[in-house]
Design a protein around this ligand. Structure first.
Ligand code: AMP
Length: 211
């Protein structure tokens, strides 16, 4: 089956996964972000939930990944446990045909299971700042080979006081990584974070639309 997702140059297994989910047409943010991030460009996306932003950042990550390489290749940071779980589920479902291994890491869960999964090898980690930092400090989470970092709902993370945690996490990833930041608003603190940790990001603004 062909779909407009083919034309974005995505891996056929990903095109199949999105059509199995019933998506036939990419949303405006997907049309803009997917081709851009597939080239390695940093993006600063002003977009809210409901625009299809999760697939916009997840599909290029899944396209560029080598499943089962044995190290964390992409990191997605989200403000809350609920969002981390929801994003991890979406990444897992889009990447299922490619056998991508995804782990959600958040507080309030025993460490043992998360650490065991990390030991066995995970391709994509989706987590909240506090627990990510805990596992980095315990040397259970190694981000030294991460290729792409996504900061989702960055304004929420900043207003929850996570800015220093995020900076510490970013500093454990390679400086040549690709960074994508999504935020509903772009206050000065977000722009500062972008200036400091992103490489010539392209700004993309998407108005809210209901899917
Ligand atoms: P998000 O903004 O990422 O939270 O996505 C909002 C909702 O839109 C989710 O339920 C997605 O499954 C759905 N969605 C994402 N992309 C598409 C698409 N291209 N076509 C139809 N639904 C989509």
């Amino acid at each position: 089956m062909t779909s407009e997702f083919d034309q974005l140059g995505l891996h056929p297994q990903l095109v199949q996964a999105v059509s199995e989910r019933g998506y036939s047409t990419p949303t405006p943010i997907q049309t803009k972000i997917i081709p851009l991030t597939m080239t390695g460009q940093d993006v600063l996306g002003q977009a809210q939930t409901g625009t299809g932003k999760t697939a916009a950042f997840a599909l290029p990550i899944l396209h560029l990944i080598t499943p089962g390489a044995g190290h964390v290749q992409a990191l997605i940071v989200a403000p809350t446990r609920e969002l981390a779980m929801q994003v991890a589920k979406a990444v897992y479902e889009y990447g299922r045909n490619r056998e991508v291994r995804v782990l959600a890491i958040y507080g309030g869960q025993p460490y043992g299971r998360q650490i065991n999964r990390l030991r066995k090898g995970v391709d994509v980690v989706v987590g909240t700042p506090g627990r990510l930092l805990d596992l980095i400090k315990q040397k259970a989470l190694d981000l030294s080979q991460v290729r792409t970092v996504v900061l989702d709902e960055a304004d929420e993370m900043l207003s929850m006081g996570f800015v220093e945690d995020i900076e510490t996490i970013l500093e454990t990833t390679p400086s040549e990584r690709q960074t994508a930041l999504f935020s509903a608003t772009l206050p000065p603190a977000i722009r500062r974070l972008a200036d400091q940790y992103m490489n010539d990001p392209q700004a993309i603004t998407i108005q809210r639309q209901q899917l």
